[in-house]
Design a protein around this ligand. Structure first.
Ligand SMILES: Cc1cc2nc3c(=O)[nH]c(=O)nc-3n(C[C@H](O)[C@H](O)[C@H](O)COP(=O)(O)OP(=O)(O)OC[C@H]3O[C@@H](n4cnc5c(N)ncnc54)[C@H](O)[C@@H]3O)c2cc1C
Length: 457
């Protein structure tokens, strides 16, 4: 254990303390609803023209874009966290990249509220009464004319580990967090890495669809870079229930060139149990003759990323969803739901065949805002994607190396198939003939700073 890592840990703790002081308690306080925190949860706090559930990538984009188009529209965002924390770029924190600290990822909601003049209620949504157009929250009831859902994902431990009871799930979530949902999970994972001795780090990949498909693999690259820097002996082992790796050729090339066998990807490995006391993970592998072998591995740090599903807020709204994941079924080429003309959806819960990313949520948020404002102004509106391909509607970078910092990326063009909006991906090579490059790493940082500016200023 190096002193260097201990110092970083101390700095991390200071950053967290600072982070808890922002949000509704800060000086900038335009959100009226923020102040009614003592109200009982059955009191009606007020009615708003547009209510957005979720102050993440999708929700903040919709709120800002509506206000930018039409300052007269009254918009309220309901967000349970007091502070915004970014998942994008968070793997760079684990890799201890230069000038990246918790402050890089944490942002003050008061800044965006002030800049764009929407309101924000810091409360958790607990139910939605669609017939009465009421949202029940931990601080009271909010009424809406138009509702936008952007609550992101939830974990599905219950279906993945049917033998685990609620206490075990809580324990695993605490000691081996998935770190796909903004908040303390990233901080715990970083602390576990700061505290680790020599030994292996295990990352488990979720089964089925999940948020930011390249994230577990970028995380492996960043943790390997961190272990190199700190001269920690051990491997980063990725247990993948399939053979699929997003941006697979580009990641494999980087791992082979840069990581000297430190990163080991094992495909068709399904995690069946974790013993947090013995610090072991057990997984099953099925061979070509359907023979199942069970293996138990010891870990020093575990990042158990559980299967994903749509956030329960979607189910609360009662709109029709897909059976797998629970994505919202959309109304044609639109971000309106099929079930209810007054409910829209953006972000990772959207049922279009577009990648679940912050950039996609930002694009969708702007489209959705255009739809809503046109409707409120009594104008007809059709999404531009209905008649033309949107080039690079999504772009998603992954940093794969440090010293020199290098990254790979994927772009998705969006088009309307007649049934859904679909993304077509492309992972380009750099002029060197390799997928990764230093300019891509600079572009990653520029992209991150740009999207943060877009949400908060
Ligand atoms: C490690 C990692 C790296 C990533 N890297 C990239 C990247 O490089 N580029 C990229 O484009 N994307 C990236 N992503 C994906 C990106 O973070 C998501 O796709 C994006 O955040 C989706 O936006 P959203 O609005 O749907 O959800 P979120 O941004 O998660 O926002 C949902 C919000 O709803 C709030 N909420 C949930 N339930 C309730 C409730 N009941 N009441 C009130 N509020 C509630 C949550 O607190 C949250 O703030 C990455 C993700 C991870 C995990």
């Amino acid at each position: 254990m190096s002193l260097n890592r201990r110092n970083l840990l101390k700095f991390g703790a200071i950053s967290v303390a600072a982070a808890t002081m922002v949000g509704c308690n800060s000086e900038a306080k335009p959100a009226k609803a923020c102040e009614s925190s003592s109200t009982g949860d059955s009191a009606v706090l007020g009615k708003h023209k547009v209510v957005v559930i979720g102050g993440g990538f999708g929700g903040l984009t919709v709120a800002k874009a509506i206000r930018k188009k039409d300052r007269s529209v009254d918009v309220l965002v309901i967000e349970k966290n007091e502070t915004f924390m970014s998942c994008p770029f968070s793997n760079s924190l684990l890799g201890k990249l230069e000038d990246v600290n918790l402050g890089t990822l944490v942002h003050d909601y008061a800044q965006s509220v002030e800049a764009h003049g929407y309101s924000m209620l810091h409360a958790e949504v607990t139910n939605i009464n669609r017939a009465k157009k009421q949202i029940h929250t931990t601080k009271g009831i909010v009424e809406y004319e138009i509702l936008v859902l952007s609550p992101g994902i939830a974990y599905d431990y219950e279906n993945q580990f049917k033998d685990w009871d609620a206490d075990k799930i809580k324990q695993i979530q605490r000691v081996a967090p998935g770190a796909l949902i903004p908040g303390k999970e990233h901080i715990i994972l970083e602390r576990n890495l700061n505290d680790m001795d020599d030994g292996d780090v295990i990352i488990t990949v979720p089964d089925g669809k999940f948020r930011c498909p390249p994230a577990p693999f970028e995380r492996a690259s960043m943790i390997a870079a961190y272990m190199d820097k700190e001269e920690i002996e051990g491997k980063v082992i990725i247990l993948n229930p399939s053979a699929k790796i997003a941006k697979g050729a580009a990641f494999k090339e980087a791992w082979e060139d840069l990581n000297n066998d430190r990163i080991e990807h094992r495909d068709y490995c399904k995690v069946t149990d974790v013993d947090p006391v013995a610090k072991t993970v057990t997984y099953e592998e099925e061979d070509e003759d359907d023979k199942i072998t069970s293996t138990t591995l010891k870990y020093e740090v575990l990042n158990l990323i559980p299967n994903n599903k749509a956030n329960p807020v979607v189910e609360m709204s009662g709109v029709e969803t897909t059976t797998a994941f629970g994505k919202v079924i959309m109304n044609g080429c639109s971000f309106q739901t099929k079930t209810d003309a007054d409910i829209y959806a953006v972000g990772d819960v959207v049922g279009h065949a577009i990648p679940p990313s912050g950039q996609t949520a930002n694009w969708a948020g702007k489209q959705c805002a255009d739809e809503i404002v046109s409707r409120l102004q009594g104008k007809s509106y059709e999404l531009p994607v209905k008649t033309k391909t949107i080039k690079s509607g999504n772009i998603c970078f992954s940093i794969v190396g440090d010293k020199p910092e290098e990254a790979i990326f994927v772009t998705h063009d969006f088009s309307w198939t007649g049934k859904t909006i679909k993304g077509k991906g492309n992972v380009p090579k750099a002029p060197s003939g390799k997928f990764r490059s230093a300019p891509n790493a600079k572009a990653t940082r520029d992209w991150y700073n740009g999207i943060m500016r877009d949400l908060f200023t």
